[in-house]
Design a protein around this ligand. Structure first.
Ligand SMILES: Cc1cc2nc3c(=O)[nH]c(=O)nc-3n(C[C@H](O)[C@H](O)[C@H](O)COP(=O)(O)OP(=O)(O)OC[C@H]3O[C@@H](n4cnc5c(N)ncnc54)[C@H](O)[C@@H]3O)c2cc1C
Length: 415
C-alpha cells in the first residue's frame, strides 16, 4: 500500500533541504524527501562556489541575504547541531565597479535600510586592505596589444560576507529536518507527479528506485536543473522561461607570495569572480558575464563537466591583471556546474503552480545558495500559511510565478 505523507519534497539540494526543514518548523509532521542521487550534492549545490554577499538590485533580495548571513554566522545555534558542516568563512566581499557606477546609490541605500555593513573603500584603504590587488579600472581587452591602466574604480566592501560549504550546508539542513521527523530517501527518482480530482496526490518513483507510489496533498518541486521537466510532466509548466546552462569554474593554486587576505572578489570591470577554497590553498574563479551563462544544456544528466581551454586561459589572464602575483598561465584544474536561469529576470519562482498542491521552487540562476536558508520558510508560508523555523521580512509573494519581471541592475549571476 502506498505510504501517505503531509508533504513530499523532490530533491535534496540546498532548496529541498531548506524546504523540508522549514516545513517541519511550520508544523508538518510527516515530510518525505526523495532524491534520485545516492546522496546530497549531485546537482547544482555540489558545484556551487557558495559565495555569500548582500549586494543585489532589489531591496528584498538585500534583506533576504542579510537575514541568511545572520544564520550562516550563527549556523551552529540555528541548526542546533553539535558539529555542523556548513563551515561559513568570513573572508569579506570586495566588489569592483567602474567609476560612476549608476547602481551604487541604490545599493548603498538598500544596505543602510536593511542593516548591511558595507563601505566604499578609497584608494588608500583598498590598497591597505587588499595589498595583492591591482585596482586598475580600465577593462582589459584581450585582443589589444597595449593597455593603459587607470585607477578610477569604485570598491565596495562587505566585511561580514564570505562563503560556505554548499554540500555541508544542505546536509545540515537535511539533518535538522530529519531530527524533526522528516524521512529522506536517496536513490529515489520521481518519474511522475500524481493527481486526483484536479489536485496533486503524490508521486511515483521509477522501477529502478523501488517502483512505489507515495501520497501527499502537497508536492514541492526542488529539482534544480531538472525542475522544469517535472513541471511540464505534471502539466503545470511555468510562464517563466527557465533554461539550464553550463557554467565553468577554474581552480588555481595561490602563489606563495600573497601578502594579504583574499576576499570573495566580484570584479564587474573585467567580469570575473573568485573566492579561496576552504583549505586556503587555491582560488576558485569564474565569470560574471552574461555571455558566459548562455550555453544551454538539453539534458542535465549529460554535459561537459570540464571547463573549455579558451575559458581557462582567458580568465587566468584577467585574474593576473587584477592580482599580478597569479601567473598568466600555468596549471589549473576546472569543473562545470549547472545554473537554472530564469531568463525573464534571473530570480526564482517560489509558488504554487497551476496544479493545486504542487509547488515550484526553482530558477535560482547562479545565485541561489546564499538565499537557501530563507527559501524554505517562504515555502512553508506558501504551503501551510505559517512561517517555518524563522520568519522573514521578504514578502511571501515576492517570487510569485505570475509577477512582472523584477528589475536587475546588471542581470545574470549578480542580479
Ligand atoms: C558553478 C556554480 C557556482 C555557483 N555559485 C554560487 C554562489 O557563489 N553563490 C550563490 O548564492 N549561488 C551560487 N550558485 C547557485 C546555487 O548553487 C544554486 O542556486 C543552488 O545550489 C540550487 O539548489 P537546488 O537545490 O535548487 O538545486 P540542486 O542542487 O540541483 O538540487 C536538485 C536536486 O534534485 C534532484 N532531483 C532532480 N530530479 C529529481 C527527480 N526526478 N527525483 C528525485 N530527485 C531529483 C537532483 O539530483 C538534485 O540533487 C552556483 C551554482 C553553480 C552551478
Amino acid at each position: 500500500m502506498a505510504q501517505t505523507y503531509d508533504a513530499i519534497v523532490i530533491g535534496a539540494g540546498v532548496m529541498g533541504a531548506s524546504s523540508a526543514m522549514h516545513l517541519t518548523g511550520a508544523g508538518l509532521k510527516r515530510v518525505l524527501v526523495l532524491e534520485k542521487a545516492p546522496g546530497v550534492g549531485f546537482g547544482s549545490t555540489g558545484r556551487s562556489t557558495a559565495c555569500i554577499r548582500q549586494t543585489y538590485s532589489q531591496l528584498e533580495l538585500t534583506r533576504m541575504t542579510f537575514e541568511a548571513l545572520q544564520l550562516f554566522k550563527n549556523w551552529r545555534d540555528f541548526t542546533g547541531l553539535e558539529e555542523p558542516k556548513g563551515d561559513f568563512r568570513n573572508s569579506g566581499v570586495l566588489f569592483l565597479f567602474p567609476a560612476g557606477e549608476p547602481s551604487l546609490p541604490t545599493i548603498l541605500a538598500n544596505h543602510r535600510a536593511v542593516g548591511v555593513v558595507s563601505h566604499l573603500a578609497d584608494r588608500k584603504e583598498r590598497q591597505e586592505e587588499f595589498p595583492d590587488f591591482d585596482f586598475c579600472s580600465t577593462p582589459l581587452d584581450l585582443d589589444a596589444d597595449a593597455h593603459d591602466c587607470a585607477y578610477e574604480s569604485e570598491a565596495l566592501v562587505e566585511p561580514e560576507g564570505g562563503f560556505a560549504d554548499p554540500v555541508g550546508t544542505a546536509e545540515d539542513m537535511l539533518e535538522v529536518a530529519r531530527r524533526r521527523g522528516t524521512e529522506v530517501r536517496f536513490n529515489a527518482r520521481v518519474e511522475a507527479v500524481l493527481q486526483a480530482g484536479g489536485k496533486v496526490s503524490g508521486v511515483r518513483v521509477t522501477e529502478k528506485s523501488g517502483g512505489g507510489e507515495f501520497h501527499a496533498p502537497v508536492v514541492v518541486n526542488c529539482a534544480g536543473p531538472w525542475a522544469a521537466g517535472l513541471n511540464g510532466a505534471a502539466g503545470a509548466p511555468l510562464k517563466a522561461r527557465l533554461v539550464v546552462t553550463r557554467n565553468q569554474i577554474v581552480s588555481k593554486h595561490f602563489p606563495e607570495k600573497l601578502k594579504g587576505r583574499f576576499p570573495v572578489l566580484i570584479d564587474m570591470i573585467n567580469g570575473i569572480y573568485g573566492r579561496p577554497e576552504a583549505s586556503g590553498q587555491s582560488l576558485l574563479f569564474g565569470s560574471v558575464r552574461e555571455e558566459d551563462e548562455r550555453e544551454e544544456v538539453a539534458d542535465p544528466d549529460d554535459y561537459n563537466e570540464v571547463a573549455d581551454a579558451p575559458f581557462r586561459e582567458e580568465k587566468q589572464v584577467l585574474l593576473h591583471h587584477r592580482v599580478p602575483t597569479f601567473q598568466k598561465r600555468g596549471r589549473v584544474s576546472s569543473y562545470c556546474g549547472l545554473y537554472t536561469v530564469n531568463q525573464d529576470d534571473y530570480h526564482p519562482i517560489i509558488d504554487e503552480t497551476s496544479l493545486e498542491g504542487f509547488f515550484a521552487v526553482c530558477g535560482f540562476s547562479g545565485h541561489g545558495f546564499k538565499l537557501s536558508p530563507i527559501v524554505g520558510t517562504l515555502v512553508a508560508k506558501k504551503v501551510t500559511g505559517h512561517w517555518g523555523l524563522i520568519e522573514t521580512g521578504v514578502p511571501e509573494d515576492f517570487f510569485g510565478r505570475n509577477r512582472a519581471p523584477l528589475k536587475t541592475h546588471w542581470g545574470g549571476v549578480i542580479a
